[in-house]
Design a protein around this ligand. Structure first.
Ligand code: GRF
Length: 203
């Protein structure tokens, strides 16, 4: 299978991973998932990868004395699969210096809000509490901050008066899966460049 090599990192149900796997089933997609890594065992994201016949690895923070040692182990585990792109798809850990030194500029993340609004772990709850009428999702290039990196792509989602966190997150995730799969495919097929905060897909 040709195309850009993608390692996906997960911590949960892995529906964003599944969107990438489904998209990559099309030979014209331009990217292939070559491995899936996690920060914990026993999650549906890893089970999805195993069902797809992919190699998986788990790197737990608690298996290391220092956060830096965990970061180095995660870096090595990913690097072993020689990825062109690493995708954080619901991966609930901030990576450190060695990971960003190795994969900076090709490590992307997806977030369930229109960044820079509502960064952090509770983006959907925070957007709802603020009372915004439009929210959405963002695919961005990871940097040292929390959800601060250059934006690659965004999609909007309307907030309904009777939304709760679960209902709104579910609708955002529909948009998020399509945005992530579409963006990774475009990056793989067309290439990309980063100039300060501006990410441009295409040559
Ligand atoms: C996504 O909304 C992601 O942005 C957030 O957690 C969710 C992960 O969902 N951080 P899944 O594991 O891909 O189903």
């Amino acid at each position: 299978m040709p195309g850009a090599r993608v390692v996906v990192l997960v911590s949960g149900t892995g529906t964003n991973l599944q969107a990438l796997l489904d998209a990559a089933a099309d030979p014209g997609y331009g990217a292939q998932v070559v491995a899936v890594g996690a920060d914990r065992d026993g999650i549906e994201g890893l089970a999805r990868a195993q069902r797809a016949g992919l190699p998986v690895f788990t790197c737990r923070v608690t298996d290391h004395q220092e956060r830096e040692a965990w970061d180095s182990a995660l870096t090595s585990a990913c690097a072993g699969f020689q990825p062109d792109l690493v995708v954080s798809a619901g991966f609930l850990k901030l990576v450190g210096k060695s990971f960003l030194e190795r994969f900076g500029g090709r490590f992307i993340n997806t977030h369930p809000s229109l960044l820079p609004a509502f960064p952090g772990m509770n983006a959907v709850r925070d957007a709802l509490a603020y009372g915004v009428k439009v929210t959405g999702c963002t695919v961005f290039m990871v940097d040292e901050g929390t959800d601060t990196g250059p934006v690659i792509a965004q999609e909007t989602v309307r907030v309904s008066d009777d939304d709760d966190v679960a209902a709104l997150h579910e609708r955002i995730k529909v948009a998020e899966r399509a945005l992530l799969a579409g963006t990774v495919g475009r990056m793989a097929r067309e290439g990309w460049s980063v100039d300060g905060r501006k990410v441009r897909i295409g040559r």
